[in-house]
Design a protein around this ligand. Structure first.
Ligand SMILES: [Zn+2]
Length: 695
C-alpha cells in the first residue's frame, strides 16, 4: 500500500520541481542524502540485531519460552597460609532448565591462566621500563610458579534405590575449561550432581589479575576469587559458552545458591559473598554485640578496631583453625578474603525507615588508614542509594568492601578496592576519590553484571559501560562538583578522535589494551549520559532504563535486549543512536558553514514575524548523527539556545539548514556550546559575523 502512494507523491514533487524550474531531479527529492561515511541512512533498522524469538522478544523482554540453567554449590575449602594453598571440595547440582538433552557439562577453570602449561596469553610482552617495580619484575620474570587448578577428583553422584553412588569420570581439560562427560544424557528438567576436588596456590601476581595475595605490615592479605570450578553457562544464544579465559573478557556465570564452609587460621577474619551463618563460633561476644549496634545505624562502627588487630582478645578462645560458614541465594559467583590483618567496620542501610536492613561491611589492614575508616562504608551506602533509585533496590542482605592488592574487582556482595594511603598515612584528594569511585564502581557491579547478568566475556560495555554510567550519577550524588572521569561527553572526545578506536560491539578479547578503558567503560558511559540528558531526557530514559534493569534482573540479557527495551520504554526508535554509538567508530563533528539573513519584507506576508529571515547551515563532517545544540547571539548582545533532535538528519545526513525570523541580526553561532555532544572538532563550531580576522 505504501509504494503506490509514494510514487504518486514523487510525480507531484517532480512536477513541482519542473514548475519552479529549479535544476533538482526527482531522485534528489525522493532520496535522503545518505550518511557521508556509509552512504546509507543511519535511521534504518539495525541489520545486526538478531531476529526476535520465543526466548527474547522484539520489545527486548525475556520471551514466553525464556529459560536459564540453575547451578547450586556446596563447597568446603581450607586455606593453608604456609604454602598459600586453597584446597577445596565441591558438590555441584546442575539443573537443566533448557529444552535440550546434555551429554556433558563444561566448567571454567580460570586459575589455569597461571598454569605455564596452559599459557593462553594474547598480550604482547611489555617494553621494559627503566625502573621496574617489584610487582612488574615478578610479572615479567616470574619465579617458577606452579599455578592453575589442580583437579584431583571428578565424580558423578547418582542415587539409585536410596543408595548414593559415586562414579569417576574421564574429564578433559582444554586450557581454562573442563569437560565433564555424563554417563547418561541429562534430560530437560532433570539435574546432575558432580563432585570435584581441587587445590591451587593463590598467586602473588597473576595474569588473572583478580584473585591474589599480598604481604602487608601485619601479615598476608588473601583475596580469593575464580577459585573453584564453576559451571559454564549454557544458553539460547551460545549453547555452551566456552570462550577461553585470556584475562580480559570476564565471567559469564549461572545463578544458584551457595553453601560455603571456609576453614582458615584461628587468627584470621573472613569476608565473603553471603551471610555468615555461625557468628557464635567465629566472632567474640563483644564483636557480635558491636555488630548488632552497628547495623542499627548508617554511621559506621568498628567491629574490630585498629588497636585490636592481632590481639588475643579479638578472636574466640583457642588456637585451632576456625570454619566460617556462609550462605547465599540467587548469586552467580562466590568470592572471599581472609587475613589476620583486618580492621573491620560496619553499618546498616535501609531504603526506608523501618525497612529491611542491608549489612554494609568494610575490611582493611591498618595500612589503609586513615582513609578507609572514613570513606569506604559511606561509599557503599551511596551506591545503595543511587543505584537503588536508577535501577532497582539492592536485593541482597549484605555488601562488603575489602582493601588489598587488587585495584578494583567485583563479586556478588563483596568488592575489592586497592586505593591505599602512602606509608606515612598521607594521601592526596585524588587517592580519596579513587577509593570513593572504585568502591562505588565495584559495589555497583552487584547490579550489572552480578544481577543483570550479561555475557561479560563477550560484551564489556554491558557491564562496565552501564556500571560506569551509574557510577557517574552516584558520584554526582556524593558531591555535585565531583570531578568524574567517565560520563561527561567532553572526556570521551580524545577517544572519539583515536584512529585505533573500535566499535563498542567488539567482543572483549579483541579490544586492544590501550583502548580498553575507553571502549569498555568511557564511551558507553558517555553515550548513555548523552542519551539520558540530551536525547530522551531523564524522565523517559529512567523509565526505559529501569525497565531494562528490572526485566533482566537475575537473567541473562544480550545487547539487542538492551537496545530494544530502551526503544520500547522510550517510545522511540533509536536505530541511529545504537548504530552510530555502538556499531561504528564515527564521531560527532558538526560544523556551522553558512549563516545568511534576508530582509523578510521580500517574502510575502512574513514581515510581522520579524524583519530578517535567518538560515544557519550545519554540516555533518564526522558521520555520527547527533542532536544539534547551538547558541545564537544577536547584535543586542542577547543569546538564544536552540536545541534540535537528531531527526533533523533523517532526510539528509550531510547538511541541515535551520531557519527562523528575527528583528535582530545574528552576530555569532556556537555549536555544542556546553560540550555535551562530544563534538571532536570545535574549530568549525563557531561562526562570527564580520570581516574575517586579519592574520
Ligand atoms: Zn568494572
Amino acid at each position: 500500500m505504501a509504494t503506490p502512494r509514494r510514487s504518486f507523491r514523487a510525480l507531484v514533487l517532480a512536477a513541482a520541481t519542473l514548475l519552479l524550474a529549479a535544476p533538482v531531479s526527482a531522485q534528489q527529492w525522493l532520496n535522503a542524502e545518505p550518511n557521508p561515511k556509509t552512504n546509507k541512512s543511519s535511521f534504518r533498522a539495525v541489520e545486526e540485531f538478531p531476529d526476535p524469538n520465543d526466548y527474547r522478544t522484539a520489545s527486548g523482554a525475556p520471551g514466553p519460552k525464556y529459560w536459564q540453567q540453575r547451578v547450586d554449590y556446596a563447597i568446603k575449602a581450607s586455606l593453608d597460609t604456609a604454602t598459600h594453598t586453597v584446597t577445596g571440595s565441591e558438590r555441584v547440582t546442575y539443573h537443566n532448565n533448557s529444552p535440550d538433552k546434555l551429554e556433558y557439562l563444561w566448567f571454567q577453570l580460570d586459575q589455569n591462566i597461571d598454569d605455564p602449561a596452559v599459557s593462553r596469553t594474547i598480550k604482547d610482552a611489555p617494553a621494559l621500563p627503566r625502573q621496574l617495580s617489584e610487582q612488574a619484575r615478578r610479572f615479567l620474570a616470574p619465579e617458577p610458579f606452579d599455578g592453575g587448578h589442580k583437579i584431583t577428583r571428578v565424580q558423578l553422584v547418582s542415587t539409585r534405590a536410596g543408595k548414593v553412588q559415586k562414579t569417576d569420570v574421564e574429564y578433559v581439560v582444554n586450557g581454562t575449561v573442563m569437560k565433564v562427560p555424563l554417563t547418561t544424557p541429562l534430560l530437560s528438567g532433570r539435574e546432575a550432581v558432580v563432585e570435584i576436588d581441587w587445590h591451587f596456590i593463590v598467586p602473588e601476581t597473576s595474569r588473572n589479575g583478580r584473585g591474589v595475595r599480598e604481604q602487608v605490615k601485619d601479615g598476608w592479605l588473601y583475596e580469593v576469587a575464580q577459585w573453584f570450578p564453576r559451571a559454564s553457562v549454557y544458553d539460547d544464544v551460545n549453547g555452551w559458552q566456552t570462550d577461553q579465559f585470556y584475562g580480559t573478557g570476564e565471567f559469564y556465570l549461572n545463578f544458584g545458591s551457595y553453601d560455603v564452609e571456609l576453614t582458615v587460621p584461628h587468627d584470621h577474619i573472613v569476608g565473603a559473598t553471603g551471610v555468615l551463618l555461625n557468628p557464635v563460633q567465629v566472632l567474640t561476644g563483644t564483636q557480635r554485640q558491636r555488630l548488632a549496634q552497628a547495623l542499627a545505624s548508617e554511621t559506621p562502627k568498628f567491629i574490630l578496631a585498629k588497636d585490636e588487630v592481632m590481639t588475643p582478645g579479638s578472636r574466640p578462645p583457642g588456637t585451632q583453625p576456625l570454619t566460617w560458614k556462609f550462605h547465599a541465594d540467587s548469586v552467580r559467583d562466590f568470592a572471599w578474603v581472609s587475613s589476620k590483618a583486618y580492621v573491620w567496620d560496619a553499618a546498616g542501610f535501609r531504603y526506608r525507615p523501618g525497612g529491611r536492613v542491608i549489612e554494609l561491611h568494610s575490611l582493611y589492614p591498618r595500612d589503609a588508614m586513615p582513609l578507609w575508616d572514613s570513606l569506604s562504608t559511606r561509599a557503599i551506602a551511596q551506591t545503595m542509594r543511587t543505584y537503588g533509585r536508577l535501577a532497582f533496590e539492592y536485593p541482597y542482605p549484605k555488601a562488603t568492601n575489602v582493601h588489598g592488592p587488587v585495584f578494583g574487582m567485583e563479586y556478588p556482595m563483596i568488592a575489592f578496592c586497592g586505593a591505599r594511603p602512602a606509608a606515612d598515612g598521607s594521601y592526596t584528594p585524588g587517592l580519596a576519590r579513587a577509593l570513593i569511585s572504585v568502591t562505588i564502581h565495584e559495589v555497583g557491579h552487584n547490579w550489572f553484571p552480578m544481577i543483570v547478568a550479561s555475557d561479560e566475556r563477550k560484551w564489556t560495555w554491558m557491564d562496565e559501560g552501564i556500571n560506569s554510567f551509574l557510577q557517574y550519577y552516584a558520584e554526582k550524588d556524593w558531591d555535585p562538583a565531583y570531578p568524574s572521569q567517565r560520563g561527561p561527553a567532553k572526556n570521551i572526545v580524545p577517544y572519539m578522535k583515536d584512529p585505533d578506536q573500535m566499535p563498542l560491539m567488539t567482543e572483549s578479547d579483541f579490544i586492544t589494551g590501550r583502548t580498553f578503558g575507553n571502549n569498555g567503560y568511557g564511551k558507553p558511559a558517555a553515550g548513555l549520559v548523552m542519551l539520558r540528558e540530551q536525547v530522551l531526557g531523564p524522565r523517559l530514559f529512567d523509565q526505559a532504563f529501569g525497565q531494562y534493569a528490572r526485566r533482566w534482573a537475575f537473567k541473562h540479557p544480550q545487547p539487542a535486549d538492551f537496545f530494544r527495551t530502551v526503544d520500547d520504554g522510550a517510545g522511540e526508535l533509536l536505530n541511529w543512536f545504537w548504530r552510530g554509538w555502538f556499531y561504528t567508530t564515527y564521531a560527532n563533528d558538526q560544523a556551522v558553514t553558512e549563516v545568511d539573513a534576508q530582509p523578510a519584507d521580500s517574502l510575502i506576508g512574513t514581515t510581522s514575524r520579524g524583519k530578517n529571515y535567518v538560515r544557519i547551515k550545519i554540516e555533518n563532517k564526522g558521520g555520527l548523527v547527533m542532536p544539534v545544540q547551538m547558541d545564537v547571539t544577536f547584535d543586542d548582545g542577547t543569546t538564544e539556545r536552540v536545541k534540535l533532535g537528531a531527526d533533523v538528519w533523517r532526510r539528509n545526513e550531510q547538511s541541515y539548514t535551520y531557519g527562523f525570523f528575527s528583528d535582530k541580526t545574528v552576530t555569532k553561532v556556537v555549536l555544542d556550546p556546553d560540550e555535551v555532544l562530544a563534538d571532536i572538532n570545535r574549530d568549525n563550531n563557531v561562526w562570527t559575523k564580520g570581516p574575517p580576522p586579519t592574520s
